[in-house]
Design a protein around this ligand. Sequence first.
Ligand code: PBG
Length: 336
Amino acid sequence: MSNWPKHDMSFLEGRRQRRLRRTGWMRNMLRETVLTPHDFILPIFVEAGTNSRSQIKTMPGVERVSVDLAVDVARAAAAEGIPALAIFPNTEDERRSENGSEAFNPDNLTARALRAIKEKVPEIGLITDVALDEYSSDGQDGLVRDGEILNDETVEVMVKAALMQARAGADIIAPSDMMDGRVAAIRQALDAEGFEQVAIMSYSAKFASAFYGPFREAVGSGSRLVGDKRTYQLDFANSDEAMREVDQDIAEGADMVMVKPGMPYLDIVRRVRDEFDVPVFAYQVSGEYAMLKLAGAAGAINGEAAMMESLMAFKRAGCDGVLTYFALEAARVLNR
Ligand code: PBG
């Protein structure tokens, strides 16, 4: 062994990268990215009833909860330092319709959750989704006529829904419908009603993705969905197109933009971070959560380690924050 290794290592010229990874304290000292509970936004699914909860089969550990229990979730999230919740309703079947008018019913599930949480847990921020799929009978995000998704007519409904949400206490409106012009229309309407302080986080680069599967079960739109969403959500082969969407949303008045899904789209996050000067978020969507959870449960990966690694990757890619179903669990890991 004495003449081993026998390579001449002089090509290193003294540059040894591993010197900086040798000990825990050195790694701590040199870490480029930090993750804190303030980086997480927790999406919650709200259902009708009181003291009612139901497990979402494909998302182990995630439940739909009634408004009263949503208040408890909000309290737990705030206690861990999570700054905001994103509210998604599972609208009762009899309230869904072709025109999705439940979206702007001032007593819908979203509105009731907003009022209850605002009253009981005022320290947490509330973000609301603006799209029709949670209220319509066909699972599409826009109004449908003869199989076509109508743009300008849908925007009118989105504006009504956003105004209703602002009146009920939403702090940030998050349009996820991908109709053209919705950000400007919502901004105008909010300002006209005195809601200058209500911000817009636009789902700017939202791709037509297979990773939304479990979410559609959670809000009850999956089994209804007729066709697909490719005439409004982005083609996942495209990156320049995503930059045009972001550019236009900022011009229309978006305060923050979002990339969705998350993990397979970190290249898009990095481009937005480099090319624009607005806060950027990513949504680690339901299918991503399911993959990590189910692989962890199967013993294929260390679930907790993979969760933390995935969340750090969002930060490293340039995100200001992540919408993630892991928010509470990850915050607890960070706080312990
Ligand atoms: C649309 C909406 C979707 C998600 C958030 N908002 C689904 C879709 O566009 O079909 C998906 C989120 C997730 O998968 O976790 N209102």
